[in-house]
Ligand binder design. Structure first.
Ligand code: MG
Length: 381
């Protein structure tokens, strides 16, 4: 095989034009959040990390704007419109991409690895194609109208996945020659054009997100956490909630700045991470924490999460106070906590309630807070 340089250029076509009806999502499944980023970003991170020189994402017009926004964060990724079928979308992507070797990949397969991409590319450099495939696990039967007419020999069967890498000129020419009618994967067009697709070892982890069950299984990397705290209100102390100083005749009593809301948030994060609570991590017998801003302690908690590769999906906190009225400052508190957590405002929410005058909060002697959160474990290999 002849290439323009000693090292063939490798491009990729990422197919994102599906609608994902079988997932039951009201939006394209490549835009589904998987942990801290979209399914598509998982794919793009792996491909750009591999050193693919140019990536073309094929999209449906309805998603063009959102996907263009996502890919703008990457170098060398562009967006083109898809066609009526997957195969037509691939052809559009191929025409927009010039390279020696092209890797075609489903945008809804976020668990592709660098190693798998390299296996497919190496095979395509040597043999013209490299198709990720796994041996079929289930027995497959051909059906007539209402009964089985034939059982297929399982040992001969393989499930095709992506990535599928090809000699660029060959796959483009194959599609031009055989068309796209009834073509459900690129190896099929290649085969119909008279080539022999070469299989490489795929992975059973390299799933294509297809159904609602797939999404449910993926969400099991999430961990929920809950935290609660209460501090006494006294005269002569500043009132600080979520790192925001609030005008009030009283403030919260405590060893640190007594920011009860931030304390509840920290305990929620630590509980989701399976770590000891703030009473253990930052004991009030330790002088280092005397008068300290609770946002500094929150940073330490954030570092502990990072060490464990845990990302914040969302945090939801409730301040429970009879006085002062918190609605005028709730936006500031939310922004302050989001900034301290180094995440978007959209991932942090804060609300406020009273106790209708009941109990120690209701009589103005204390402020309480509760928080819950979801953390996700990184899924990258
Ligand atoms: Mg506390």
């Amino acid at each position: 095989m002849k290439y323009t340089t000693d090292r063939p250029t490798v491009g990729a076509v990422i197919v994102c034009a599906g609608r994902g009806e079988r997932t039951g999502l009201p939006y394209n499944k490549v835009l589904h959040m998987l942990g801290h980023k979209t399914v598509l970003e998982h794919v793009l991170d792996t491909f750009t990390d591999h050193g693919v020189s140019h990536i073309t994402a094929v999209v449906s017009p309805a998603d063009r704007e959102r996907i263009a926004e996502i890919v703008s964060a990457y170098n060398g990724v562009s967006v083109v419109d898809g066609g009526a079928t997957r195969a037509q979308s691939v052809v559009n992507g191929l025409k927009a991409c010039r390279c020696d070797i092209v890797v075609i990949h489903d945008g809804a397969r976020p668990f592709v690895t660098k190693e798998l991409i390299m296996r497919a590319v190496s095979s395509a450099i040597e043999h013209g194609s490299g198709i990720a495939a796994v041996p079929t696990v289930d027995t497959v039967k051909r059906m007539g109208t209402d009964k089985v007419v034939h059982s297929l020999p399982r040992a001969e069967l393989f499930n095709m996945q992506t990535p599928q890498a090809f000699d660029y000129a060959q796959i483009l020419e194959a599609y031009e020659r055989v068309g796209t009618d009834g073509v459900t994967d690129d190896a099929e067009a290649y085969e119909r054009a008279g080539y022999s697709p070469r299989l490489v070892d795929g992975s059973y982890d390299n799933i294509k997100i297809t159904t609602a069950t797939d999404l449910l299984r993926l969400s099991q990397n999430n961990k929920i956490g809950v935290g609660y705290d209460v501090h006494r209100l006294v005269e002569g102390r500043p009132l600080i909630l979520g790192g925001v100083r609030i005008e009030h005749e009283k403030g919260l009593l405590g060893h640190s700045d007594a920011d009860v809301l931030t304390h509840a948030v920290m305990d929620a994060l630590l509980s989701a991470a399976g770590l000891p609570d703030i009473g253990v991590l930052f004991p009030d017998t330790d002088d280092r924490f005397d008068g300290i801003s609770s946002l500094k302690l929150l940073k330490e908690v954030l570092n502990k999460l990072r060490e464990r590769e845990l990302e914040i999906v969302n945090v939801s906190a409730v301040a429970i106070a009879q006085k002062p009225k918190l609605s005028p400052v709730i936006k500031d508190i939310r922004a302050s906590l989001a900034a301290a957590l180094e995440t978007d405002n959209a991932r942090v929410n804060v609300s406020a309630t009273t106790t209708e005058g009941l109990g120690i909060v209701g009589n103005g002697d204390a402020i309480a807070a509760t928080a819950s959160c979801i953390l996700s474990e990184r899924t990258e290999k």
